[in-house]
Design a binder for this molecule. Structure first.
Ligand SMILES: [Zn+2]
Ligand SMILES: [Zn+2]
Length: 217
């Protein structure tokens, strides 16, 4: 795992989270839209049952059928975004083995990717993740790690990324310090010049269980 692979892995698990939240929002929006369609204008009458409400309102099948025919459903922009994200993930995933969810296939394939492919994958995943988080006003997937300093630049602005399985957890520098390659203070095997620093979380703070370490550990 080079830094490129760690960045791609962190981006994949962030996108897993964002897509999950987007799916929940799309389903909630779908229910709202259906409810809107079942709420007819007050002047509308069912020729069989009379005015809505007289005989059970929403359960009147004739009224429901009338509403469905006369009013198009409002667009579900969350569902449309989710579908678009999946389509964009399906393009690179089409070159990978398996036939499950495209993001699952990409995530599984990351460790075996060439570094350049992992870097390009990071770019794609971060862009898609940003789109979802902007739309949903979601915060970033990283969290400030208090009481720690960057192993490379010593700046005390360090973030942990603790989504996915524990062996995918990483730590990044918030000062955007970049690797200088072989001999860099980051001490990372496979250090790549110019790449923003990233470490497996266990390498920075030890193999501590749980996502919220105390500052003194
Ligand atoms: Zn740093
Ligand atoms: Zn470095």
């Amino acid at each position: 795992m080079t830094p490129h692979h760690w960045h791609a892995t962190a981006a994949a698990w962030a996108l897993h989270q964002a897509r999950g939240t987007l799916t929940t929002r799309a389903e909630a929006e779908r229910r709202v839209i259906v409810a809107e369609l079942l709420e007819p204008p007050s002047v509308l009458r069912s020729p069989v049952w009379g005015r809505r409400g007289a005989l059970g309102g929403h359960s009147d099948p004739t009224t429901t059928a009338l509403i469905d025919a006369e009013r198009p459903a409002r667009r579900n922009r969350y569902a449309e975004l989710a579908a678009d994200i999946t389509t964009r993930l399906a393009l690179p995933a089409g070159h990978l083995p398996g036939d499950g969810d495209p993001l699952d296939r990409i995530t599984t394939a990351i460790p075996a990717m060439l570094p350049g492919t992992a870097a390009a994958t990071t770019t794609l995943l971060v862009r898609l993740d940003d789109r979802i988080r902007r739309e949903l006003r979601m915060g970033p997937a990283r969290r400030l790690l208090t009481g720690r300093e960057c192993p490379a630049c010593r700046h005390r602005l360090v973030y942990e990324q603790t989504l996915g399985p524990t062996d995918a957890w990483t730590v990044v520098c918030g000062a955007d310090c970049r690797c200088t390659g072989v001999g860099c203070r980051c001490g990372q095997p496979g250090a790549v010049e110019g790449v923003p620093h990233i470490w497996p979380r266990a390498a920075v703070i030890g193999a501590v269980a749980g996502a919220t370490p105390s500052p003194t550990t």
